[in-house]
Write a protein that binds this ligand. Structure first.
Ligand SMILES: [Zn+2]
Length: 303
C-alpha cells in the first residue's frame, strides 16, 4: 500500500500560521538566498522572522512576497488545507463545498482554488513515452448522442495517454495530458504533440486526417475507432473526465475548462505519489507569479 497523506498527517505538520510560514521560508530560501531585486546572495535579518533583507540593496522580502500566498485573505493555514483537499482527495472539491467546510465565502474559496489550479498546470518537461494513444472529445452540453466534430457551444479537447501493458497483458493507463483546442486541424494538434509526446513514442490514433501531416515527425499508426471500442482504456479515461466535470463541476464552461483538465491530470498523474502530492503543489504554487482576482478571468464561479 502506498503512503497517503491523511488529514491527521496534515494537521500534525501544519498547526499554526507560523508552521505554514516556516514551510514557505524553507521552500523559498532553503537552497540559499537570492535577492529578487538585485540578485545578491547575502542577507541580514528582516523586519520579522520570515523576512530577509538583502545586504546589497536593502530590499526586505517576506516569505510570501511575489507568490500566490501574498496577502492571502483566508490565512495560510486555510489556504494550505484547501491545497491539501483538492490535491489529495481523489475527486477534488468544488468551491461551494470548500466554502462550507472552511467557513468562508464561496468566492474566496473559488479564488484560492483557481490559484492552485494555475499551479497544477503541467510543466511540459515530462512528455508521454512508450505506447501512446491520442484522441479528441467534446465537452459541454454533454450530448453524447451528437457525433462528429462540429463545435457550437462545446469545446474540443485533445487527450494523450500512455498505454501500459504488464506481463499478464493487463492494460492500464500510465500518465495522461489533455488540452482544449480550437479545432482538430493538424495545425492545432501539432503543439500538443510537440509539448506532450516524446518523438520516440509509438502513437495510435483513429483515422482522422488531422493526424496525417504529423506522421512526418511522429511515429503514428492510425486505426478505426469503432465508436471508441478500438481505444478502450482511453475512452474509459474520457468517461472519467466527463463524469468528474459533470458531477463535481457541473457548470464548468468557458475558458476555465483547461484549468479543470489541468487539475484532473495533476492528480491523475500523481496518483502513485500521494504522500508528496501536497509538497509538489505548494512548491509549484510558490514559483507562480501572484495572480490577483481581477487577472483570473471569471467565467463561472460556481465550480
Ligand atoms: Zn538586493
Amino acid at each position: 500500500m502506498q503512503k497517503v497523506l491523511t488529514i491527521m498527517d496534515f494537521r500534525k505538520q501544519f498547526k499554526t500560521e507560523e508552521d505554514c510560514l516556516n514551510y514557505l521560508v524553507e521552500i523559498k530560501w532553503g537552497a540559499g538566498f537570492k535577492c529578487i531585486k538585485c540578485g545578491h546572495g547575502k542577507y541580514s535579518k528582516g523586519r520579522q522572522w520570515f523576512y530577509r533583507r538583502c545586504k546589497e540593496c536593502g530590499y526586505d522580502e517576506s516569505a510570501t512576497a511575489n507568490t500566490m500566498f501574498h496577502k492571502c485573505k483566508l490565512g495560510l493555514l486555510r489556504a494550505f488545507e484547501i491545497g491539501f483537499r483538492i490535491s489529495v482527495k481523489k475527486k477534488g472539491m468544488s468551491s461551494c463545498e470548500l466554502g462550507r467546510e472552511f467557513g468562508c465565502q464561496q468566492r474566496s474559496a473559488w479564488l484560492m482554488k483557481a490559484k492552485f489550479q494555475n499551479a497544477m498546470k503541467s510543466s511540459d518537461n515530462y512528455p508521454l513515452e512508450g505506447k501512446v494513444e491520442v484522441d479528441e472529445f467534446l465537452v459541454g452540453g454533454f450530448d453524447e448522442n451528437e457525433v462528429g466534430r462540429s463545435l457550437e457551444s462545446k469545446q474540443l479537447v485533445v487527450l494523450g495517454v500512455e498505454k501500459v501493458i504488464d506481463k499478464k497483458d493487463n492494460v492500464t493507463i500510465g500518465r495522461a495530458y489533455a488540452r482544449v483546442i480550437e479545432n482538430a486541424s493538424a495545425k492545432k494538434l501539432k503543439p500538443f504533440f510537440e509539448q506532450k509526446i516524446d518523438k520516440k513514442s509509438s502513437i495510435t490514433t483513429d483515422g482522422w486526417r488531422g493526424y496525417w501531416p504529423l506522421q512526418k515527425d511522429w511515429n503514428i499508426e492510425q486505426k478505426l475507432s469503432k465508436k471508441g471500442q478500438g481505444f478502450k482504456e482511453l475512452h474509459i479515461h474520457i468517461m472519467n473526465i466527463k463524469g468528474w466535470l459533470r458531477g463535481i463541476h457541473h457548470k464548468c464552461k468557458g475558458n476555465r475548462l483547461q484549468q479543470y483538465l489541468d487539475e484532473f491530470h495533476f492528480r491523475f498523474n500523481r496518483r502513485g505519489f500521494l504522500s508528496t502530492i501536497l509538497d509538489k503543489l505548494l512548491i509549484r504554487a510558490m514559483e507562480l507569479e501572484p495572480c490577483p482576482y481581477k487577472t483570473i478571468k471569471v467565467c463561472e464561479q460556481n465550480t
